[in-house]
Design a protein around this ligand. Structure first.
Ligand code: ZN
Ligand code: ZN
Length: 223
């Protein structure tokens, strides 16, 4: 039996992990990064290394200004958040709930059955998750064998597979895999024939769809 991590072939970039560690990512991207990290031992280890380096730099710059007792307070905070993580970590028993890792469950306020989908054409559905800032993060439900509407980006896009798989160009992305695209990429991910695909996608700016209908619909659908 192989663990989920053994099957993840597409990972986060160093730039994204570094920015997440430094706390400089918009909320939408933080959610996508946190979700992949929660599924991927390899990226969790890489993130740990950045956290250590960042923590050491912070120690150096803040040692002089630390109040008495602040170290204890910080450690208590960390202990508290570890407890909170531990409380949400165990897998929920149940079929559909296994689709969403804890970070996504928090934003959805539950499991797959709690998502408020909106159709965006060709059987594709989306649900934009509430975040602050210009970046947006959405859940996408793409029926088996159907292509994402043809689109470009004005910035970085992270697409993380939560269920099923999609093919983009020659690459196959399955549960846990993450595709990082930028404005130079015009791609058309197509869901696998066998199963509907559910993805979490974070975009720096609204997607630019190229077909006439999607472009007309864009202001209304916020895609
Ligand atoms: Zn990874
Ligand atoms: Zn894209």
């Amino acid at each position: 039996m192989t663990s989920m991590t053994d099957m993840i072939n597409h990972h986060l970039t160093d730039a994204l992990l570094m920015a997440y560690s430094a706390g400089t990512l918009p909320e939408a991207f933080s959610l996508a990064v946190a979700t992949h990290v929660s599924m991927c031992d390899e990226c969790r280890a890489r993130l740990g290394a950045y956290d250590t380096v960042g923590g050491a730099l912070l120690d150096e710059s803040e040692t002089a200004t630390m109040e008495p007792g602040s170290l204890e307070a910080t450690l208590a905070l960390i202990a508290g958040s570890e407890e909170a993580r531990g409380a949400t970590a165990p897998c929920q028993v149940g079929s559909t709930d296994d689709v969403f890792p804890a970070p996504v469950r928090d934003y959805v306020g539950g499991g797959l059955d709690d998502v408020k989908w909106r159709p965006i054409g060709m059987g594709v559905k989306q649900a934009i998750l509430p975040t602050v800032g210009d970046a947006e993060v959405r859940l996408l439900h793409i029926p088996a064998g159907v292509a994402m509407p043809d689109h470009g980006h004005t910035g970085t896009e992270i697409t993380l597979v939560l269920k099923g798989a999609f093919i983009d160009d020659q690459d196959r992305f399955a549960r846990g895999d993450v595709e990082v695209a930028d404005e130079k990429v015009n791609h058309t991910p197509v869901a696998d024939i066998g199963e509907d695909c559910i993805c979490l996608a974070a975009t720096e700016a609204p997607l630019k769809f190229k077909g006439l209908m999607p472009r007309i619909a864009q202001p209304f659908l916020r895609i």
